[in-house]
Ligand binder design. Structure first.
Ligand SMILES: [Zn+2]
Length: 142
């Protein structure tokens, strides 16, 4: 289990949460993945849907060209930065899998996981590093 962290959480708009859940449902039974940019206040601005080139039910790898396009766009921005990555667990809980822990955390990026295992989707945020994880607070605002 991931221990909770008390540092500043991540702020997501309700529409962005819906977009991530919708993306997960469209890709099921395969995992979906994507990037989230945020402004200087740590508020999510854009959800960038990426192609999972592995088309896998248990792991993901983002299309490198799509990823590069977003990175390039953000590099030119004064206000936006890459804040988080997300992926789905179509049949498992919204906790990092052994595969996720081994993949590492993409630097210091927050890692959002959406689970479709239950009727009500579950979206949680984690920091994954050194093979361990911490759960970060995720605030969804309308
Ligand atoms: Zn995973």
């Amino acid at each position: 289990m991931c221990r909770p962290v008390t540092d500043a959480g991540f702020i997501l708009l309700a529409d962005q949460r819906e977009q991530i859940i919708d993306h997960a449902r469209r890709e099921a039974p395969y995992e979906c993945c994507g990037l989230i940019s945020a402004n200087e206040a740590g508020v999510a601005v854009t959800v960038h849907e990426m192609t999972n080139i592995l088309h896998s039910k248990v792991t993901f790898e983002m299309d490198p060209e799509e990823q590069l396009a977003v990175m390039t766009e953000l590099k030119d921005s004064d206000v936006l930065h890459l804040a988080a990555i997300y992926h789905s667990h179509p049949r498992n809980a919204a906790y990092p899998s052994a595969i996720d822990l081994n993949l590492g955390g993409y630097g210091n990026l927050l890692h959002l996981i959406v689970s479709l295992a239950d009727e009500e989707p579950d979206l949680r945020a984690f920091r994954i590093r050194d093979g361990g994880c911490e759960e970060a607070s995720l605030l969804v605002v309308a």
